[in-house]
Design a protein around this ligand. Structure first.
Ligand code: MGD
Ligand code: MGD
Ligand code: MO
Length: 665
């Protein structure tokens, strides 16, 4: 049974056994050697065969012959497709300059060979515009970098040792199921569980205390808990003196957020805010998991910073099961520079949250070529109406490298079929699980699909951009990465022997024992200068709700268990449902199952209503990643109503700042 792994955009990074029968994959099961996978995989990956051989799978390269989006294709051989792309890219570069070319990629695969590898070699050498990949995790990463230098956090497995667990803006029942059994075991061992989430998620139902705050108000809540620590003996002065800078400044900024003031802003009961403050002050080991639900709004960076400051204020680090967890992706500090083999040029940087605007506004130079891979912008980028206007531009040359006919692929000029992780090589670090996995092909390539590392190398070749010493092919690329990475030899050995490697700090490091802050001076910075300068009103300044009389309701769009972002969307054809509180529904004459239209200042989406107490009054919830076949009307999805304004840090997306009205149809 070959051993491989899943590189999909999920924290858990499952190590897998693939059992291959006649005609393809028969089963994928979880490996027990990976402590987090522990034999369990999600339904999506267990049934990956359905994706591998679905009707929508792209089998051959194709060129769109009708107008954009007409669906009239001529299938061609790879040579013709690559020649067409190379000729066109060279022509556009020579006429408008390299910066008129924009690569567009995100997290379709978290494998390091699929993006920012040979693709970067091509685009750097073309002098293309650079993409600021701020679609997800940018505010949280900025906060984690500023405070701790992205020091790895508490291993998800170690939550079993905690006595108090705060799950803040994270929904593992959908977005990373391997944490759920650990949380259940911790509860059984006596840990208290607190959940901060506007929705009554399955996790909230398990919790000892659920704080269903208004979306975007995490900052006042976290500051109130911090102020409470300083006021009521929960702050650890010795720890602050030894490890931190900025404690006084943080204390000052938090002071105005009494439980009463915060509770009013957050729409909570002040007694619950006090309870959170008291439990945090009194219990150890205590851990907070800072998810991604709290970052997708105007206050997202400051909110993540305040949540991440909490364990430092109360000196919770230094024991097993104590501290914080956010992304652990830097547990393996992989250095891909030698694999890319071309330094990053100083060309125009385009925030991917603004791609719709950039494609439709006057720009110098204009974007004339878009190359989309590992990304399904029509389903995942904000301000969908603007983006679709851009994708419809007849003067835009658009290449899409994809596995299936997505809502984006329909708008390509040239469509290239991509392999899945069962058909190619890769190396994938987890961002929850602290493992690095080697991915190997376990089935033959479907149709004529090709992996990213081949396609981009072939384009370099055709454009005359190859150099003799470029690493080519997966083995050479992985060797180049490991040769540049600290501790790379040991990592390579473990990958060779087990298909999986530990980070240098181990699978389950204890904060400040096995790790130290990776900031330049080795300290935890509670009010980092750089972040204070970057946040529009200074770090930890609350920006009020963007709701208006016309668009008073907050629409949030969390992860769904059926898809990974938009991946597997072709397999889910149920009509999309927006969750709405019974009071909001009855005020608008909306019945359960009714057809509804949701409007915002950006656009509209037409779907069905699910009247439910799952959401609080004033909040709607419609999953992210929905494909157009699941909605009525013009096929606009959740992202038609999502703003393309930016968060306070990292240029992050503000999906959950969508303010809308909903009407029965
Ligand atoms: N409304 C709303 N929208 C959101 C969010 C939200 O909260 N609300 N969250 C956002 C988040 S968290 C994220 S991370 C983004 C994700 O945004 P995307 O990265 O665009 O979404 P995915 O569906 O993960 O992946 C896109 C495509 O990559 C393709 N792909 C996978 N592997 C490969 C490969 O090896 N080669 C090539 N060429 N293609 C491949 C898949 O087939 C898939 O169609 O979406 C964001 N969109
Ligand atoms: N099955 C599946 N797994 C996935 C994904 C997927 O699409 N499907 N996506 C992957 C990706 S790319 C990512 S980034 C992670 C994301 O994983 P999570 O961190 O779980 O992120 P979300 O699902 O965006 O939101 C988590 C929770 O935050 C809540 N929330 C929304 N707004 C707020 C707010 O303002 N404050 C607070 N406190 N909570 C809020 C939502 O109701 C939701 O329950 O999951 C990954 N795993
Ligand atoms: Mo994400």
């Amino acid at each position: 049974m070959p051993s491989t792994a899943c590189p999909l955009d999920c924290p858990d990074a499952c190590t897998l056994h693939a059992e291959v029968g006649d005609g393809g994959v028969v089963s994928l099961t979880g490996d027990r050697r990976n402590p987090l996978t522990d034999g369990l995989v999600c339904g999506k990956v267990r049934a990956f065969d359905r994706h591998l051989r679905c009707e929508e799978r792209l089998m051959k390269p194709a060129i769109q012959v009708g107008p954009k989006g007409s669906g009239r294709w001529r299938t061609v051989g790879w040579d013709e497709a690559l020649d067409t792309i190379a000729t066109k890219l060279a022509e556009i570069r020579d006429t408008f300059g390299g910066e008129s070319i924009l690569p567009l990629s995100y997290g379709g695969s978290n494998g390091v060979l699929t993006h920012e590898c040979v693709d970067s070699r091509l685009f750097h050498r073309l002098g293309a515009s650079r993409l600021d990949r701020a679609l997800c995790a940018a505010p949280t990463s900025a906060a984690a970098t500023g405070l701790y230098g992205r020091m790895p956090g508490v291993a998800l497995e170690d939550y079993v040792h905690a006595r108090l667990i705060v799950m803040w803006g994270v929904n593992p029942h959908a977005s990373g199921i391997h944490h759920v059994p650990v949380l259940k075991a911790a509860k059984k061992a006596g840990a208290k569980l607190i959940v901060v989430d506007p929705r009554r998620t399955p996790l909230a139902k398990m919790a000892d205390l659920h704080l269903p705050l208004r979306p975007g108000t995490d900052l006042p809540l976290a500051l109130a808990v911090i102020a409470w620590q300083f006021e009521h003996g929960g702050a650890d002065e010795a720890f602050l003196a030894r490890w931190c800078t900025g404690a006084d400044a943080l204390r000052e900024r938090a002071a105005r957020w009494t439980p009463e003031v915060a509770a009013q802003t957050c729409g909570l009961d002040p007694a619950d805010v006090r309870k959170l403050g008291t439990l945090w002050a009194e219990t150890s080991p205590a851990v907070v998991r800072c998810g991604w639900g709290l970052e997708r709004n105007r206050n997202g960076g400051s909110a993540a910073a305040a949540v991440l400051a909490l364990p430092a204020v109360s000196g919770k680090l230094g024991v097993r099961g104590g501290g914080y967890t956010t992304s652990n992706s830097k547990a393996h500090p992989l250095d891909t520079s030698r694999a890319v083999a071309e330094p990053e040029p100083d060309t125009r940087l385009i925030n991917m949250n603004e791609v719709g605007r950039v494609l439709t506004d006057a720009n110098d130079p204009p974007i004339k070529a878009l190359f989309t891979y590992c990304c399904n912008p029509a389903a995942t980028l904000p301000n969908r109406p603007r983006l679709m206007q851009g994708l419809a531009r007849e003067d835009l040359f658009h290449v899409v490298h994809e596995q299936v006919m997505t809502d984006t692929a329909q708008w390509a000029d040239v469509l290239l079929p991509a392999t899945t992780f069962l058909e190619h090589h890769d190396l994938a670090p987890g961002y929850g699980a602290m493992v690095l996995n080697r991915i190997v092909p376990v089935v033959d390539r479907v149709g004529e699909s090709r992996p990213n590392y081949e396609v981009f190398a072939q384009l370099c070749e055709r454009l005359g951009l190859t150099r003799d010493d470029d690493p080519v092919g997966p083995d050479a690329l992985i060797d180049a990465i490991l040769a540049a990475t600290p501790d790379g030899e040991r990592i390579g050995q473990e990958l060779g022997e087990h298909g999986m490697a530990r980070p240098s700090v181990g699978h389950q490091p204890i904060g400040l024992v096995d790790t130290t802050p990776r900031t330049p001076d080795g300290k935890i910075h509670l009010v980092p200068q750089a972040l204070d300068a970057e946040a529009p009103h200074g770090l930890y300044t609350y920006q009020p709700d963007p709701g208006t009389e016309r668009f008073p309701l907050a629409l949030i769009s969390p992860a769904s268990a059926k898809t990974t972002n938009s991946t597997f969307g072709q397999l889910d054809r149920r009509p999309a449902h927006v969750a709405i509180h019974p009071e909001d529904a009855s005020a608008r004459g909306i019945e359960d199952g009714a057809a509804v239209r949701i409007d915002s200042a950006y656009g509209s989406v037409t779907c069905r209503a699910r009247v439910s107490n799952e959401v609080r009054v004033g909040v709607l919830s419609l999953a992210k990643g929905i494909w157009s076949h699941r909605v009525a009307g013009d096929g606009s999805t959740t992202n038609a109503v999502a703003p393309d304004t930016l968060a306070d840090l990292g240029g992050g997306a503000t999906f959950n700042d969508a303010r809308v009205q909903i009407v029965a149809l």
